[in-house]
Design a protein around this ligand. Structure first.
Ligand SMILES: [Zn+2]
Length: 143
């Protein structure tokens, strides 16, 4: 079971569904839950399946780090301290899961982005928390 507390000491995910393996050589990945009855897959942990309404325990799955850009928007105004413009997007993973994320590694220009283009997940340390842990965030970039 991938819980936030299972993260390696020294590295903390910014969201609970980003799993950071204890081995620093292993890449972080997104985790999801799959319904044992109908196979529907969700981002993060779920108590019940919204497709078949099964409340059986779901199995934890490792989601693909590659997907397709489903939809995007160039954000020009954000909270103070957040550099703009940036690309906010929804990426579809092959497991049938949609992930809200930012797209990095590309100019925030609609001409440089295409619906359905292949993207790959990347992670980076965005800051250090009060306990000295590296806080790790994920985004996607063109594959
Ligand atoms: Zn189901």
């Amino acid at each position: 079971m991938a819980e936030a507390s299972a993260a390696a000491p020294g590295r903390k995910p910014i969201v609970p569904f980003l799993t950071i393996p204890e081995d620093p050589a292993e890449k972080p990945y997104l985790s999801g839950s799959r319904c044992k009855r109908c196979g529907a897959t969700y981002l993060g942990t779920r108590m019940a399946c919204s497709k078949c309404f099964s409340t059986e325990a779901m199995e934890s799955v490792r989601l693909s780090d590659r997907g397709e850009l489903h939809v995007f928007s160039i954000v020009h105004q954000s909270a103070p301290g957040v550099p703009t413009p940036y690309v906010a997007a929804i990426v579809d993973l092959p497991e049938g899961v949609s992930v809200r994320c930012n797209i990095n590694g590309v100019e925030p220009d609609p001409a440089k982005l295409k619906f359905g283009m292949p993207v790959q997940m990347v992670t980076e340390t965005i800051r250090t928390d009060r306990e000295g842990n590296d806080v790790v965030a994920f985004s996607f970039k063109p594959a």
